[in-house]
Design a protein around this ligand. Structure first.
Ligand SMILES: O=C(O)C1=C[C@@H](OP(=O)(O)O)[C@@H](O)[C@H](O)C1
Ligand SMILES: C=C(OP(=O)(O)O)C(=O)O
Length: 474
């Protein structure tokens, strides 16, 4: 892999950019595209589906299998968390058709056990989905995470769980660290919650709710609700396991108590991780194809089919189930209001920074609470490359500008890193600080990005073979 060394100086520390990182940072020279693209890129499993299915399998009435799950830092943290609570999670010998890692057999614990700790890393899904599970365990479960994870909002989750009967000790900041003192069961019932900062607050409560004595009736009280497709994904995953879920009014969900069926289930490819690869075809010109695009899905990444044409791309879903995006190398400016697609926003903003007209991307205020304040981070980094960018309260406005090379900081955020790589396809001499942050959901990113451009990568010459480098954590 092409890696250079940079001495991250005092500046990085002062801005908090290199929080928790060593003085000597590795930087990754983003490859510049020298020709139109023509690539076929298969993607590992969805982070969001893998996380949900691991939780539901751990709470199910018998053992089940997850086929083609994601193996990444976030999924490893979820696996470790559920194992710590007594769940058996075992890799099943990887057949050749599982290029991204083993299927998993999940054996629920007879009784969930506490007196343990859960490392959340920077995974929103772990810090929001596992505490309700911990409330069902017997004994204390201590939660903590990365330095930046301690800044991500948790108060609505902690207060909702307390209202449902849980005993939780925290430091009063409404954030990690905190300890859930599980009593072996939870009453459940009706609860109000303001989920305007994250849909994950709702999904976490719904996922464990079939195991609450009274199920749950969640009533969202905030003015906005971001990432609605992710709540629909949660509901679909519950229903697929025989759980009764209804939505009696907008912003209200009810889950009936009852068994969670044990099933064998296949995880779809991660369509949000497809975003930078498909956007590359728009940025550079040429075509990028992603095989196995699901025909019906709750993944928000499916919206790339309508969003990328706004930038001037052509999108075609083939009879073989492969999605192809074709661009002519020019990028149109866009007006997008995408509260449901905050997860895609960094890629959309990156494309807009390469557009030949002005853009406004709004409705994404909540992404200030993702892995980093993504609005501030995107504005800072695009501006540092010469971009003409304005921070809006709930989005970003971008005017066309000639960009130049420079160091792109990742803020430990995988989607910041991949957005820097996207811009680097068209702008010479962009280097990415902390490309390893892509391991959060796509450890193979650097090799796959090289493959997109036809560059052989010594670290993993064939990304369709078993990825190396210790990135698959089992
Ligand atoms: O439930 C999930 O799996 C997710 C929900 C969304 O969170 P927010 O509602 O905080 O945007 C999304 O951005 C995140 O990447 C994954
Ligand atoms: C917001 C994201 O992650 P998390 O699940 O940690 O919230 C993301 O992956 O874009």
């Amino acid at each position: 892999m092409l890696i250079a060394k940079l001495n991250q100086g005092k500046d990085g520390d002062e801005t908090g950019i290199s929080e928790g990182a060593d003085e000597a940072q590795e930087v990754w020279p983003a490859p510049l595209a020298s020709a139109r693209l023509g690539a076929r890129i298969a993607l590992p499993g969805s982070k969001s589906l893998t996380g949900r299915e691991l939780i539901l399998a751990a709470l199910a009435e018998g053992p089940g299998i997850l086929r083609a799950p994601l193996h990444s830092r976030d999924s490893a943290l979820m696996i470790d968390a559920l194992r710590a609570l007594g769940t058996g999670i075992d890799p099943i010998a990887t057949p050749t058709e599982r290029p991204f890692g083993a299927d998993l057999r999940v054996t629920p614990a007879a009784e969930l056990t506490g007196s343990t700790s859960v490392a959340c890393g920077l995974a929103g899904t772990v810090m929001r989905f596992v505490p309700p599970v911990a409330a069902l365990a017997l004994g204390p479960v201590a939660f903590d995470g990365d330095a930046y994870a301690r800044k991500r909002p948790m108060r609505p989750v902690l207060e909702a769980l307390r209202a449902l009967g849980a005993d939780i000790a925290d430091e009063g900041r409404g954030a990690l660290p905190f300890t859930v003192h599980g009593a072996g069961s939870l009453r459940g019932g009706r609860v109000e919650i303001d989920a305007s900062l994250s849909s994950q607050f709702v999904s976490g409560l719904l996922l464990s709710a079939p195991r609450f004595e009274e199920g749950v009736h969640v009533v969202h009280t905030g003015a906005r609700l971001p990432s609605v497709p992710h709540i629909e994904m949660t509901i679909a995953a519950l229903r697929a396991r025989g759980v009764t879920v209804d939505a009696p009014a907008p912003g209200e969900w009810r889950v009936q108590p009852g068994p969670i069926r044990a099933i064998d289930t296949s995880i779809e490819p991660d369509l949000s991780n497809a975003a930078p690869f498909l956007a590359a075809a728009v940025a550079v010109g040429g075509s990028v194809t992603v095989p196995d695009w699901p025909t019906v899905t709750t993944q928000v990444g499916d919206q790339l089919r309508r969003l990328l044409p706004e930038f001037g791309a052509e999108v075609a879903l083939g009879a073989d189930g492969a999605l192809t995006v074709t661009g002519d190398g020019t990028v149109r400016g866009v007006e997008l209001h995408v509260p449901e697609a905050g997860e895609l926003a960094p890629t959309l903003v990156g494309l807009a920074a390469l557009a030949d007209g002005p853009s406004r991307i709004t409705g994404i205020g909540h992404i200030r609470h993702h892995e980093t304040d993504r609005i501030a981070a995107l504005v800072t980094e695009i501006r540092a490359l010469g971009g003409d960018v304005e921070e809006l309260e709930d989005g970003i406005a971008i005017r066309p500008a000639t960009l130049h090379g420079g160091l792109w900081h990742s803020y430990a955020d995988h989607r910041m890193a991949t957005t820097g790589a996207l811009i680097g396809l068209r702008v010479a001499d962009v280097t990415i600080e902390d490309i390893a942050s892509t391991g959060k959901t796509l450890p193979q990113f650097p090799e796959m990005w090289h493959r997109l451009l036809g560059i052989a990568s010594p670290a993993a010459p064939d990304p369709f073979g078993l990825p190396g480098g210790g990135s698959i954590i089992l």
